[in-house]
Design a binder for this molecule. Structure first.
Ligand SMILES: [Zn+2]
Length: 306
């Protein structure tokens, strides 16, 4: 962040914050706020990350956390300084852990920006196969107000914010949000440094889409970019690239297995996730979703498919 840029914006609140010990980058306060840059903090949305950009024009959020965390998140936002009104919310995808408090922020006047597929999944009852239950459509107040299909850019509080679609990487409607001046890239659950990578296959997500999306993200940032995942610690560029490379190894192994007609248990038994630089908490669950996604994309599995 360019200091002159902020001064020009007349961010009295931000200047006050700079004088505060809370502003030490990387420091975590006892209300679960991690200060990432002078203007961007990571809040605990009830197990998932919320990125909050503070400016004279108000706050920009990436995701709103899990249900029933709205009051706590709003209280933490007040502690950030600057203009405490939430100007704009981006939803990286439709899952409850990312959209759980949309209603509260919409009621407070925020616009909600998301991919049109995210709006669709929020607005209809749908089956959650891994939980064996239906998810009711969310109330209209939780739906995105500004939808897009490919990419967009906005300038809020002097920051250029670019956003775009990550085709079937984790759900049907994943997006990245890139705070360009701050060089912080929020990617939702398309990066997963802590939890097992998740492929929401019933919405169309699959491992080929995930690797392609990670390749697209690698063209957006640079060596200094910090990556905010949906859950877990903020990643360096090298860490994000390492996760992409690992997922590519998994993709190649899975393509081989699926072409042999293997199902998820065959893949577990065949040790398809063995010898990698990460372990899975629930390998079968990941491989089941991966296999479902692979069958849905069988016409894209390498040219030697018969
Ligand atoms: Zn998710």
């Amino acid at each position: 962040m360019d200091r002159r840029h902020v001064l020009k914006g007349g961010m009295a609140g931000a200047l006050t914050l700079w004088a505060s010990p809370l502003l030490q980058a990387g420091q975590r306060t006892n209300d679960g706020v991690r200060q990432l840059t002078n203007t961007i903090s990571i809040l605990d949305g009830g197990g998932s990350n919320i990125a909050a950009f503070s400016s004279a024009d108000g706050i920009v959020l990436v995701d709103t956390g899990a249900p029933n965390n709205g009051d706590r998140v709003m209280a933490a936002l007040k502690g950030l300084g600057g203009n405490p009104n939430v100007h704009t919310v981006f939803n990286t995808h439709h899952h409850l852990a990312q959209t759980g408090n949309n209603e509260a922020f919409a009621a407070a006047g925020a616009k909600i920006v998301a991919h049109d597929r995210t709006r669709q999944w929020l607005s209809v009852d749908h089956w959650l196969p891994d939980q064996d239950r239906y998810q009711k459509a969310r109330p209209k107040a939780a739906w995105p107000t500004d939808v897009f299909f490919n990419t967009g850019t906005r300038t809020i509080g002097g920051e250029q914010i670019d956003y775009g679609y990550l085709l079937v990487a984790h759900t049907a409607g994943d997006i990245y949000v890139y705070f360009k001046d701050s060089n912080v890239l929020a990617v939702g659950d398309v990066a997963s440094p802590l939890n097992d990578p998740e492929l929401d296959w019933i919405t169309g997500a699959w491992i080929g889409g995930r690797v392609s999306a990670m390749d697209r993200l690698l063209k957006i940032g640079n060596d200094q970019t910090r990556v905010v995942p949906g859950t877990g610690p903020v990643m360096t560029w090298a860490e994000f690239k390492a996760e992409r490379d690992l997922m590519e190894v998994v993709r190649l192994r899975l393509f081989k297995q699926i072409r042999q007609g293997d199902g998820p248990q065959d893949m577990v038994d065949g040790g398809v996730l063995k010898g990698l630089a990460r372990t899975w908490k629930d390998p079968y669950k990941f491989l089941y979703a991966a296999a479902r996604g692979l069958w849905g994309n069988h016409n894209k599995l390498d040219p030697d498919v018969v």
